[in-house]
Ligand binder design. Structure first.
Ligand SMILES: NC(=O)c1ccc[n+]([C@@H]2O[C@H](COP(=O)([O-])OP(=O)(O)OC[C@H]3O[C@@H](n4cnc5c(N)ncnc54)[C@H](OP(=O)(O)O)[C@@H]3O)[C@@H](O)[C@H]2O)c1
Length: 304
């Protein structure tokens, strides 16, 4: 099974299972989802303290308790910093949130902890202090951020050089901003708009792994583009690509993300075991350059 390598030399599955929607499941349903993912080589699980108000982590914790030994076979990540009506990247909040996450999951350590969103009042020294304490106590092995731009990454790097392993950002065939600006350099068009400070190139330069969240959604949770009439041309192209490799349209859409040489990890959110097993096949597919561009164009993007 192919693996991605994080900056700290830890190998992870190219697809991660996001547990944002797990709060809606019963424990036996969640157990099936988690065990199916593991059987299919998806061994990295993404949480956040706010998913289901903590319920997603609690349910996951129940499954871990029922399967001694499972914890050591998987990678567990969670995120903190989004509060009710504000963001909080203070050392006090990060340390408190980490304790809550560990207790809900019922584990002794997290493989990675991310700051969920940039806090306008963030003081990088405090983030570094909290991360260092968590690392020294053995409670968190590695750190990252989410929805963060290059200047914010550089600011954090000044206080904790080389320690940010991951930046989780929305990316998928219906949300291609991270590659659009790089394709349309110096052109007067919407696609040339630099909305993220060229974060993809920055992360590649600094060995920071990008995790692509909500890879099937368009807009801000407006819906999935799969089977959507708004994306008819894309769905036709995905069906053709899927047929060629004997995979589903969803798997072809994930293979498109995994083909990018930045080594992007796709964070899928399906809670349907059958779909998860089908999508996992994307981990073994490498699209050709022409297939990658055909899908990019079919999603409605121009090439200059
Ligand atoms: N860092 C951040 O700010 C941030 C923000 C949002 C999400 N995330 C992370 O990203 C993860 C994924 O987010 P997401 O759930 O929005 O991602 P997604 O994988 O794009 O969407 C999954 C949703 O689409 C549905 N779906 C319908 N048809 C589908 C198909 N053919 N194939 C696959 N899914 C289909 C799934 O339903 P079924 O369950 O019925 O398959 C599920 O409700 C989250 O769990 C979370 O870990 C991070």
């Amino acid at each position: 099974m192919k693996q991605l390598c994080l900056k700290n030399d830890i190998h992870v599955s190219p697809i991660a299972l996001g547990c944002m929607r797990m709060a809606a499941l019963t424990v036996p349903e969640a157990e099936k989802v988690i065990l199916t993912a593991c059987e299919q080589g998806i061994t990295f699980f993404d949480h956040a303290d706010i998913y289901g108000g903590g319920k997603s982590e609690e349910i996951f914790g129940e499954v871990l308790r029922a399967h001694p030994g499972l914890r050591e076979k998987i990678m567990l990540q969670s995120k903190c910093g989004i509060c009710n009506g504000y963001y909080d990247a203070s050392a006090e909040h990060i340390l408190q949130a980490a304790e809550g996450i560990l207790s809900r999951l019922g584990v002794e350590y997290l493989d990675t902890l991310l700051l969920h969103r940039p806090d306008a009042l963030m003081e990088p020294e405090e983030v570094a202090e909290a991360f260092e304490k968590l690392h020294r106590s053995g409670k968190v092995r590695g750190f990252g951020v989410s929805n963060v731009n290059p200047a914010q990454l550089a600011l954090l790097d000044r206080e904790m050089p080389g320690r940010i392993l991951i930046n989780q950002l929305q990316f998928g065939l219906a949300h291609t901003g991270m590659v659009d600006a790089g394709i349309n350099v110096n052109i007067h068009s919407d696609h040339a708009e630099n909305r993220d400070g060229l974060v993809l190139d920055y992360c590649r330069l600094h060995g920071i792994t990008i995790q692509a969240w909500s890879p099937f959604q368009y807009g801000m949770f407006e819906g999935v583009f799969l089977k959507s009439e708004k994306y008819a041309a894309l769905n036709a192209e995905l069906a053709d690509t899927g047929k060629k490799y004997g995979i589903t349209d969803s798997a072809a859409a994930i293979a498109w993300i995994l083909r990018h040489p930045a080594g992007i990890q796709a964070v899928i959110g399906s809670m349907n075991p059958g779909r998860i097993a089908e999508i996992a096949k994307a981990q073994e597919i490498r699209l050709t350059r022409q297939e990658w561009y055909r899908l990019y164009l079919a999603a409605g993007n121009p090439l200059p």
